[in-house]
Design a protein around this ligand. Structure first.
Ligand code: ADP
Ligand code: TRP
Length: 331
């Protein structure tokens, strides 16, 4: 079974877009029986977040949310990047074979500094640390979003260059897997759902807040008797992404958009009805997750022990990799 690793930045409240684009993929891979490693990229976050209280809280929240969503510590190692310090040593070893221009061409660095992030050395060499995360546990496949493809390519290049430079087969070359549900989830304003746009839906919000949020999704003003095109409606698109296009509930919803007279009661079908259907779906889909999250928040010790066990599994692999890499270099 291939080994899978992915990292998530602790950058605040997770939303439905993160769930559909990233988290669900980890859950699928876990269910397929792969050996999965998911870690919180805390050192990476430090390249742009210099607020100890905020960082600590974000790290914790990501772990709680991932566990609540269904990552199962019995099958998936969950750990914090700083609990596997071998990764930073490996980053140094890889940095010593990394030509400067390889980092200069990274689009993420250019994008982030263009957005106003400080151009510090950590941010510049970010992809080397990411390569170390991946190579330390000798991951075969890295599930990522499109924006991360260049980082996986550079990881392969660094692994190959190290192996060649020191004439040793220290690293396996990882492959990548793009999220199968490639469509970006829209937010309540119809644009890409993103925390930076303030248009997100939080599946863990209290029911009342969730309802207000869903009822505020922007739609056109077609009345209840008018046929509507589901594919152009944000409410329907979110519903379809969450339930799946083939789900009978999605099929039924689409047919009510197209023929509002099919709504039981014969009073027509409007966007308000669609929004209530979406609310019901979200509450149903995340019922177990919401319950688990409340339990985890009440029992901090549980999170600590999960992280400890996760770090142990990752560390034993990372220690072996770093030992082999040191040996290859002559250290
Ligand atoms: P945000 O845009 O809210 O800052 P991030 O960039 O932190 O989100 O994304 C974290 C993960 O969630 C990435 O893997 C990304 O591909 C996925 N993701 C974020 N927003 C969406 C979206 N609207 N639709 C699908 N996937 C998304
Ligand atoms: N750079 C990734 C992001 O911004 C997070 C990350 C760090 C990562 N190390 C990784 C992802 C290793 C996959 C593998 O989303």
């Amino acid at each position: 079974m291939p080994r899978i690793l992915s990292g998530v930045q602790p950058t605040g409240q997770l939303h439905l877009g993160n769930y559909c684009g990233a988290i669900r993929q980890f859950l699928d891979l876990q269910a397929e029986g792969h050996q999965v490693f998911v870690f919180v990229a805390s050192y990476h976050a430090l390249t742009s977040l210099h607020d100890a209280v905020a960082l600590r809280a974000s790290i914790r929240q990501v772990v709680v949310d991932y566990l609540a969503f269904g990552l199962d510590p019995a099958r998936t190692a969950i750990y914090l990047q700083q609990d596997v310090p071998e990764v930073t040593e490996l980053a140094w070893l890889l940095g010593c074979v990394c030509p400067f221009p390889w980092m200069e061409k990274m689009t993420t660095y250019k994008d982030k500094t263009a957005k106003g992030l400080e151009a510090n050395i950590g941010l510049f060499t970010y992809p080397i640390l990411q390569a170390a995360d991946i190579l330390a546990v000798q991951s075969d496949i890295v599930p990522v979003g499109r924006d991360q493809v260049q980082h996986i390519e550079i990881t392969r290049d660094l692994a190959q260059r190290f192996n060649r430079e020191f004439n040793a087969e220290v690293f396996r070359l990882p492959g990548l897997r793009l999220a199968p549900h490639a469509e970006l989830l829209p937010g309540i304003d119809g644009e890409k759902m993103s925390k930076s746009y303030g248009n997100t839906i939080d599946p863990f919000a209290p029911e009342k807040e969730l309802k207000t949020r869903i009822m505020s999704i922007k739609t056109d003003s077609k009345g209840v008797d008018v046929a509507k095109d589901p594919d152009n409606c944000t409410v329907y698109r979110i519903f379809r992404a969450l339930a799946g296009p083939g789900d009978p509930r999605t099929v039924e919803l689409a047919s009510r958009y197209r023929d509002p007279s099919r709504q039981p009661g014969g009073k027509g079908f409007g966007y308000g009805h669609a929004k209530l259907a979406l609310l019901e779906l979200v509450l149903d889909h995340f019922a177990a997750a919401r319950k688990r999250r409340a339990e985890l928040l009440a029992d901090p010790g549980q999170v600590e022990s999960v992280l400890k066990a996760g770090a142990q599994s990752a560390r034993s692999l990372a220690q072996a990799t770093v030992a082999a890499a040191r040996q290859a270099t002559g250290l």
